[in-house]
Design a protein around this ligand. Structure first.
Ligand code: BTN
Length: 178
């Protein structure tokens, strides 16, 4: 029974990797003011933590980031490789290794939709955007305040993604784990 459950989690982790890759087919929307586009893949990262929990959720994102590091063009716009990981958006991508751990841990026992949403927002939006800003400031020689302030532009869209991911997980989790 347990090994069957683990196999199910492994298959779902592979499915989440595929979903994150497919979300990358949607082109990023460049902003002009900073070298960071609006993307949709971070919703897949949030979903990984919500649906799979800390261990298997991070297995999915670690696998995804590893494939990107190896050069697979799985990021929005067909980007990939170490140069991208060390580029202006590297901080967001590296935060994706931790985001499912924190979301999964925070939302594990939560049955309330709003508590799930708050956890998803705190870690999937606030934490990821702060990590992204810190690296962006360092890598692009930007003032930290400017980097943080410019990331405010992502908050409305990322909040909608967190809401959608929480809604999806709220509906899907009872079906998947019944
Ligand atoms: C990449 O493809 O190089 C990663 C792009 C990271 C974009 C970040 S994720 C958080 C924030 N919300 C967005 O829509 N874009 C930024």
């Amino acid at each position: 029974m347990t090994s069957r459950n683990n196999l199910k989690k492994l298959i779902l982790a592979a499915l989440l990797v595929a979903i994150i890759i497919v979300l990358g087919l949607l082109p990023g929307i460049p902003l002009g003011i900073i070298p960071v586009p609006i993307i949709f893949q971070n919703m897949g990262i949030m979903l990984a933590g919500l649906l799979l929990g800390p261990r298997y959720g991070s297995l999915a994102t670690v696998t995804f980031v590893l494939l990107v590091a190896l050069g697979f063009p799985f990021l929005s716009g067909g980007n990939g490789g170490m140069a991208t990981l060390l580029g202006p958006t590297g901080g967001y991508i590296l935060s994706w290794l931790l985001v499912p751990i924190f979301i999964g841990w925070f939302t594990r026992q939560k049955t309330s939709f709003w508590l799930t949403f708050i956890g998803t927002w705190l870690w999937g939006v606030l934490f990821a955007d702060i990590c992204g800003s810190l690296w962006l400031a360092y890598q692009s020689h930007l003032n930290l305040g400017v980097a943080l302030a410019s990331n405010l532009i992502f908050i409305p869209g990322d909040t909608i993604k967190a809401l959608l991911a929480s809604l999806l997980a709220h509906k899907l989790k009872p079906v998947i784990w019944r």
